[in-house]
Design a protein around this ligand. Structure first.
Ligand SMILES: Nc1nc2c(ncn2[C@@H]2O[C@H](COP(=O)(O)OP(=O)(O)OP(=O)(O)O)[C@@H](O)[C@H]2O)c(=O)[nH]1
Length: 298
């Protein structure tokens, strides 16, 4: 899937982050609990060196709780970073990050009042909401539209940590390809620049394979069909969006599926597991190695 969404301010944000990360004592990254890998900024791993990092898996109320726990365990045991799953309705859990932060940088022997932290997150992931809870006041504008935050700002938190807020941004190269679909489904990319039906078809096929009971329940299906196209037709019939000739209005069905996923009406769904990512990365490496071997032969 080609995504041509890379506004000018994103280039600026990327450059700023590259300059600023090495000067920080702590990195806080807000991830979408439904797609913790796809919503991660790959620059963090390459730029952070030994800077402590807290990964906040936000919107956990919308994610599959069993898979969220697996992600938290996976990040805590493999990455040297600290993961915590939260949602809007748990402000106290979000605020606990303020207590966690100074303890994460003891070797730096820093005065807590001089701790500099940066908060990162892709558009619409809930970064502003998190900042407002951490700051105990409204300092960042929130809204259910990607890219509301456009400028860098410094925020003093109640325990004196200085938090640097940056505009949410996506990197242009979305690999493996599935990551692009997952980001589009989540609402991180503006609806106007995604191929809506294509993205919804990816979601339909994912749900058929991993959450068939959620589909059965939501759309009162007796059985799960063989293909995504048939599923579109079934949903179209259930929701009264059929064209003449008995074919579903695919755009309307696509909207229903994606909006109901985003609102949590399909249930608590996670679009990727640590194992899925491992398999996809391995396949990507293998195809890259095969391409290079092919080139070397020529
Ligand atoms: N269900 C649910 N919704 C959330 C949660 N956190 C944030 N949201 C919603 O997600 C939307 C985006 O939240 P923001 O805090 O504005 O996101 P942002 O990351 O600052 O967005 P940008 O300005 O695009 O960078 C809003 O509609 C929030 O109400 C959560 O834990 N659960």
């Amino acid at each position: 899937m080609a995504i041509n969404w890379y506004p000018g301010h994103m280039h600026k944000a990327k450059k700023e982050i590259r300059e600023v990360i090495p000067k920080m004592d702590l990195i806080i990254e807000v991830l979408d609990a439904r797609l913790p890998f796809s919503s991660e900024n790959p620059m963090v791993a390459s730029l952070r060196r030994d800077t402590p990092c807290i990964k906040i898996l936000n919107k956990s109320d919308l994610a599959d709780p069993v898979v969220t726990q697996r992600w938290v365990d996976h990040i805590n045991s493999t990455s040297g970073m600290k993961a915590i799953a939260v949602n809007l309705k748990q402000p106290d859990k979000i605020r606990s990050i303020l207590d966690m932060a100074p303890a994460m940088v003891p070797e730096r022997n820093l005065d807590v009042s001089q701790l500099k932290a940066i908060i990162l997150g892709i558009p619409n992931v809930g970064k502003s909401t998190t900042i407002n809870i951490l700051a105990s006041r409204t300092v960042a504008k929130t809204g259910n539209e990607p890219a509301v935050t456009k400028q860098q700002q410094r925020i003093k938190l109640p325990n004196n940590i200085v938090l640097l807020d940056t505009p949410g941004f996506l990197w242009p190269k979305l690999e493996p390809e599935d990551c692009g679909y997952r980001l589009a489904i989540s609402g991180a990319i503006k609806n106007t620049v995604i191929e809506f039906e294509d993205v919804a078809m990816y979601l339909a096929e994912f749900m058929m394979a991993h959450y068939p009971d959620a589909l059965r329940q939501r759309y009162q299906l007796k059985e799960i069909p063989e293909s995504g196209i048939e599923l579109f037709d079934m949903i179209g019939q259930r929701r009264g969006c059929m064209r003449r000739g008995g074919i579903a209005d695919t755009h309307k069905v696509a909207e229903i599926l994606i909006n109901e996923f985003r609102d949590g009406q399909l249930g608590r769904i996670t679009l990727e597991t640590p194992e899925m990512i491992e398999t996809q990365l391995k396949a990507m490496e293998e195809s890259k190695a095969a391409r290079e071997a092919g080139k070397a032969k020529k």
